[in-house]
Design a protein around this ligand. Structure first.
Ligand code: 6PG
Length: 248
């Protein structure tokens, strides 16, 4: 099923405004939950400005670090300190400076293979959640951040890959990536990513316009198959917005 019936597109002027809008949305979700909060981060370059904002005084002073837990939606199967490691990027930019170590939940990449890493991360998610079945009334995450790849992938859910069809497992190994970097991946699946109060895509820059056009036209792409049972927000800057979507 495509997400278009529950998706809301919010347009902002540029990448800076996009990061600010994303940060404000994340903080609103944190404030709305007075208990333990779970944020699922993402990889790639799109969230970097957002992560930099979390490290600024204006934002970090509003994050109750003790009760916010940080997960990652997909990982490249490279060592934790490799520059390509998604959680490694988030750690370097803000997590290691401000989050308690026990609240940072990376996907392990020191396992024998991605399948084993997926099994371990699934166990970690289930133990955090307190059940091995997802209950629609009790989302796993408060916010799930997402990016959009040039082939319409999101997380490491690539077009026509079996991971996209997974309905039971929460996390799976992906032996071969469809785009650069061509390293094996570990990814959360559609049911796990969709178990959130808010899914927040960040799409910025003119090089995203072609694929965003296809997404907004409703093509059957991975990014159109993942959505939250709560809110699904696509934050898009002007450079990325297709001509025919302006004013729609
Ligand atoms: C990854 C990602 C991936 C990413 C998109 C967009 O590990 O690469 O999690 O899904 O979000 O490819 O990447 P950019 O933000 O770099 O355009």
């Amino acid at each position: 099923m495509a997400a278009s019936d529950n998706r809301r597109v919010i347009t902002v002027s540029d990448a800076k405004a996009l990061a600010q809008a994303a940060a404000n949305r994340v903080l609103a979700r944190v404030a709305a939950n007075g208990d333990r909060v779970a944020i699922c981060l993402t990889g790639g370059s799109s969230p970097r400005q957002l992560y930099q904002l979390f490290a600024t005084e204006a934002y970090r002073s509003r994050i109750p670090w003790d009760r916010v837990h940080w997960f990652i939606g997909d990982e490249r199967f490279v060592p934790a300190d490799d520059p390509l490691n998604n959680m490694g990027t988030a750690r370097r930019i803000f997590l290691d400076s401000y989050a308690p170590a026990s609240n940072i939940h990376p996907i392990p990449t020191d396992t024998a293979n991605p399948r084993e890493a997926a099994r371990r991360y699934e166990n970690e998610l289930q133990s955090f959640y307190g059940a091995d079945r997802l209950d629609a009334a009790r989302p796993l995450f408060d916010v799930v951040l997402m990016g959009l790849g040039p082939d319409g992938h999101t997380a490491s859910l690539f077009p026509n890959y079996p991971a996209l069809e997974e309905t039971e497992r929460w996390v799976v190994g992906v032996p071969k990536a469809h785009v650069e970097p061509f390293v094996p991946r570990v990814t959360l699946t559609l049911p796990a990513l969709g178990s959130c109060r808010e899914m927040l895509f960040e799409v910025s820059g003119s090089d995203k316009r072609a694929i965003l056009t296809r997404v907004l036209d409703g093509e059957d792409l991975p990014a159109n198959r993942v959505y939250s049972k709560g809110e699904t927000i696509w934050l898009v800057d002007k450079a990325a917005l297709p001509e025919n979507f302006r004013g729609r």
